[in-house]
Design a binder for this molecule. Structure first.
Ligand SMILES: Cc1cc2nc3c(=O)[nH]c(=O)nc-3n(C[C@H](O)[C@H](O)[C@H](O)COP(=O)(O)OP(=O)(O)OC[C@H]3O[C@@H](n4cnc5c(N)ncnc54)[C@H](O)[C@@H]3O)c2cc1C
Length: 399
């Protein structure tokens, strides 16, 4: 998604800064909206609607697409990339936007048929196919991805058990009250939720048949979805000798330790930050388009990537959840919590030095963008703090 955004920014310029642009993609299609995989799984979107640009767009801009042909090696000395099919491509500038993959849990049985990640079109097609012929699914991971997978499979008619290691769902975003509200909503829809539970093995001969848990019980399963975090695809960079930590290290201009190679999106690490949402990647794409144009002498901008606060939303219809900024209180924050039991609404704000540091909204998320603005702009909230949980209309009345 991020490489595609970079191409679009480059194509917006009066003239393309490169005479030749080649996109080497591991997937058999051009770039698509990965975020909508959840909607496709839930039956709310068709796969065709995920495509970001038609093939003609690439042809019109003189961009060559080489699809379904992953790069297997970079040779930085020769300035060449080698693909798995033996193709060699030379470059002046190389951009790595290899994203990430579903993290492995290192469980016995992860290679069995019916054990699937939730990352791309192929995974999602497999999930849908299995759901059409089978009944019992186990989803491992109670973060955004796991919840969306669980709800999608439920909507496809499967009986779903969700396993989560933490004490409550979305434990990075919600406190125990918000987590309990969410669990109740999902349980009412028929999803079975087991928190403080981890799988220790996936059992079966050829196909997965059961999940063995750390409390020594077994759950029967025809499908197991592993959605317990992501691992940046940084191996290509690492093997080419680029400086890497948890991902490929870049500076504010998205440059790696090799001045001809850039990285952005989920495969890169800036300072101590790695990324799991698309917006930071889109900001990086804007900066990198400037930098790449400057490198060929078109501009002399001093574009630099500066990380921003990125809000997150749960994409399950009927269960609106919004989270932005700091999600866990610490000894420097105060918590303001508001809950309406009758309407199942809940809001938790974290305040530090009279500025908003984080916001979690459950049940009604309309004010999310306004809270994001207050966090990003570090607004002094002293004048309207007492009304902060009630949203902008009440705060503006006091300010
Ligand atoms: C189901 C789902 C729902 C999501 N929902 C949200 C959401 O609501 N909000 C949000 O902000 N984010 C969401 N995300 C995350 C978002 O999709 C990512 O942040 C975004 O796609 C990252 O873009 P990227 O370009 O870094 O990586 P990707 O979009 O993953 O693209 C990387 C591409 O590189 C290819 N590649 C990898 N290795 C090679 C190689 N060696 N050679 C050639 N090609 C290679 C991969 O096949 C892939 O096509 C979701 C993700 C998933 C899976």
């Amino acid at each position: 998604m991020v490489a595609q955004r970079l191409l679009e920014h480059l194509c917006e310029r009066p003239a393309l800064p490169y005479s030749e642009i080649v996109v080497l993609s591991g997937e058999p299609t051009s770039a698509y909206n990965r975020i909508l995989l959840s909607s496709w799984l839930a039956g709310d979107a068709e796969p065709e609607s995920l495509t970001l640009k038609p093939d003609e767009w690439f042809a019109e801009h003189g961009i060559s697409l080489r699809q379904g042909n992953p790069v297997s090696r970079i040779d930085p000395d020769q300035k060449q990339v080698h693909t798995g099919q033996g193709h060699i491509e030379s470059y002046d500038k190389l951009v790595l936007a290899t994203g990430s993959r579903s993290a492995s849990l290192g469980l016995k049985g992860e290679g069995l048929e019916g054990v699937v990640g939730f990352r791309d079109l192929r995974d999602t097609r497999k999930l849908i196919e299995i759901s059409q012929r089978n009944r019992r699914a186990v989803v491992i991971g109670g973060g955004f991805l796991g919840l969306e997978a669980a709800e999608g499979l439920r909507q496809r008619g499967m009986s779903v058990t969700l396993l989560h290691r933490g004490s409550h769902l979305l434990n990075r975003q919600l406190d125990d009250v918000g987590g309990a509200l969410l669990a109740r909503s999902l349980t009412e829809r028929g999803i079975s939720i087991q928190t403080r539970t981890s799988p220790v093995a996936l059992l079966g001969n050829h196909r997965v048949r059961a999940v063995q848990l750390n409390n020594n019980t077994l759950i029967s399963a025809d499908l197991v979805v592993i959605a317990a975090g992501i691992t940046p695809n940084s191996e290509l960079g690492n093997e080419a000798g680029l400086d890497c930590d948890r991902a490929i290290l870049v500076d504010g201009r998205l440059q790696t330790s090799d001045p001809s190679i850039f990285a952005l999106g989920e495969c890169c690490q800036f300072d101590n930050l790695t990324f799991g949402l698309v917006d930071p990647g889109y900001q990086q794409a804007r900066v990198l388009a400037e930098v790449l144009s400057e490198v060929v002498g078109e501009t002399d901008s001093s574009a630099v990537y500066t990380p921003d606060i990125t809000p997150t939303k749960l994409k399950i219809s009927g269960i609106p959840i919004f989270s932005c900024g700091q999600t866990r209180p610490d000894h420097n924050t105060e918590s303001v919590v508001w809950q309406d039991h009758s309407t199942n609404r809940y809001c938790r704000l974290l305040i530090r030095n009279q500025t908003l540091a984080g916001a979690v909204l459950f049940g009604e998320t309309r004010d999310g963008p306004w809270y994001t603005e207050q966090i990003q702009q570090a607004t002094d909230i002293s004048d309207f703090r007492s009304n902060l949980v009630f949203g902008p209309a009440y705060c503006e009345a006091l300010a």
